[in-house]
Design a protein around this ligand. Sequence first.
Ligand SMILES: Nc1nc2c(ncn2[C@@H]2O[C@H](COP(=O)(O)OP(=O)(O)OP(=O)(O)O)[C@@H](O)[C@H]2O)c(=O)[nH]1
Ligand SMILES: [Mg+2]
Length: 451
Amino acid sequence: MVLENLGRSLHSALKKITRSAHIDEEAIKSLAKDIQQALLQADVNVQLVMDLTKRIEERALKEKVPSGVPRKEHLIRIVYEELSDFLGESAEISLEEEKPKVMLLVGLQGSGKTTSTAKLASYFQKRGYMVGMVCADTYRPGAYEQLKQLGDQIGVPVFGDPDGGDAVRLSAKGVEVLKEEDPDLILIDTAGRHRQEKALMEEVERIAQRINPDEVVLTVDATLGQQAKPQASAFQEATDIGSIFITKLDGTAKGGGALSAVAATGAPIKFIGTGEKLDEIEKFAPERFVSRLLGMGDIETLIEKIKETSKSTKAKPEDMKAIMTGKLTLRNVYEQLEQFSSIGPLKKILQMIPGVGMSIPDDQIEIGKEKLELYKVIMDSMTEEELDSPKIIKSSRIKRIAKGSATSESEVKELLEQYERMRKIIKSFTRGRLPKTGDLGKLLKQMPKGY
Ligand SMILES: Nc1nc2c(ncn2[C@@H]2O[C@H](COP(=O)(O)OP(=O)(O)OP(=O)(O)O)[C@@H](O)[C@H]2O)c(=O)[nH]1
Ligand SMILES: [Mg+2]
């Protein structure tokens, strides 16, 4: 998970609160301390941490608890709200206005411009928009080929010149050529030479002057931690139509530092990159992000991912809803096997379910691709009735299924055990109800015992 360590520490700080008998000043102070420690470890700036925890403490001590709300719940809500505020406000990219919207991606060398350009293209294409990309990086050898390859992967046209040329002219030409197709969005990938930063900034400025983009997107590498701030501030001052794409949030312990430092400059973070693959992009919504971070799940992002997948495949949100509410049948499993792999590994999906968070050991849910294939073959030999009510599958049926699918009885049993385990885990966490993100009262009640 993104920011796994931070999530774990915050999660255990809250767990301590839910377990304590009384919420008194001491408990609040101790919670604030735990949160401080967790954030400092994630490379969040000391001053920001102090301000945040002071606000949490003050609110927790002074605010009147609304009637009917348990004190603990109120306290957790304060933490949730303050952490969400801390990460800025939700900002939208809208493609509904004038067509085409032109976005210019800028950033330091290796910060992830090219990858993020293609990720954005794929993100909006999946949502039904027509997208084109322009390669205006004329410095990096093979820059055009890199973007072209990514474009081919997702079926998005790329304009560029393999021989390089003048970046400003290429950008203008690219926009002009792509406009003929009447796209909704044109994304321009630029160069990122670090050593001649000044020349680079000048070039970006000249491109911006020439093509007048609707939005300039700065990619910022999350591994910089709080050091991301100067980049974001300079950018925030230089452009008023800017947004930030934080890349490489996966696999860095400093992501919390980067997110909070950038948010503190007031520059809107609109997207985050959570891996090298093109679908590893998420719209950044602080509340949802914090909700998932605290192990409270993120149903909205999950539903969004399912909708996205169901456009290109036949995945059905109803099936996912059935799974999340513990009504998992083998039929759901069968129908979703392929979709699961396109939404992301099962563990990522489960993390978006409230209460599941970090509580499941990897080996309980990681099913390899080959295993999934085998399970599909086995399920092909099952009857409709068996797929709908797996509990009727006893030894004689197991024998028949194994024979029909040319597998062994133990493999059939293994599938049934795996299914049962998944069903139980999911059921025990969701308790048969589908909560909404942000509805903390309900979420908290659904947390498993010992949370
Ligand atoms: N893990 C991870 N890697 C990423 C992410 N985004 C980009 N990368 C990787 O970062 C490296 C640099 O990405 P590019 O997209 O080529 O960066 P760039 O800013 O275009 O680089 P230049 O054009 O050389 O300035 C590549 O290896 C990418 O796969 C992300 O969100 N997570
Ligand atoms: Mg590049």
